[in-house]
Design a binder for this molecule. Sequence first.
Ligand code: GDP
Length: 309
Amino acid sequence: MFDLSGHRVWVAGHRGMVGAAVVRRLASEPVEVLTADRDAVDLVRQNQVEDWIAAHRPSVVVVAAARVGGIAANDARPVDFLYDNLMIEANILAAAAKIGVAKLIFLGSSCIYPREAAQPIREDALLTGPLEPTNQWYAIAKIAGIKLAEAYRRQHGHDFISAMPTNLYGPGDNYDLESSHVIPALLRKAITARDAGAAEMVVWGTGRPRREFMHVDDLADAIVFLLKHYSASAHINVGTGCDLPIADLAAMVARTVGFTGRLCFDTSRPDGTPRKLMDSSRLAELGWRPRIGLQEGLADAWRAYVTAT
Ligand code: GDP
């Protein structure tokens, strides 16, 4: 059990969907939350990260900063996804180790696992087969981050841990149709189609791939739980244990926002990995469970989108 009380917790990436949710969640913990704006520190630049950390001296670090995006963005901007993520994680972990923080949590993604991994995907499936090509750039950077956290623990004894969240959604998501993930894209498309009185809305791919989704507030709660209760070199999956086909998700989104037209599947767009359901039983055994169901979560994400636009 790690006592968070009195710690100075740096949430790196607090403007992103995950970082913002962690900041909201930490408001109910007896900690001081530190954040750094992009003009104060560019996380891709090693000297800026070292200087910022040395000046502000966090004692706990949540690495929620990353270059993220959906299936199209990953494919279109491989350098951004590989180089930026490698630099961000290496700079933060090295600087945190240098000042000797008491705890650090690194966040990866379910796309680190092989494309053909047995489902649900256990943590030990890592590096047992080829990756899904559409998001290999991001995945390779995240695998390097997990290994770097593990290496710091092994070589220098730092209490660095890694969590692998499943596909996330919620307030603060990216709603740009070309670079977003599927839930924000479908929410926006369904609202636009409903408002235009359109007969159909477009869903990418065949609708057959299956995905697992978690509301970002559940992830933030899991992160705080892991900071307190987990200390080991093995990374740990954070998922809901439920997945569904994209076609069913699209129907649910349409119902949520009140779009009653047809779903039209654009098979010129990629499906990506056929299925991505994680085995989160290790986390469940530690005593943590998600609270927000998909129906309730989609309604919340919709409200947040409407408020933000
Ligand atoms: P992935 O989990 O890394 O494949 O990332 P995404 O969230 O971008 O895509 C998940 C699945 O949803 C893929 O099979 C996409 O083809 C499908 N999908 C259906 N419609 C959309 C859409 O409008 N945007 C995105 N990003 N994906 C969509």
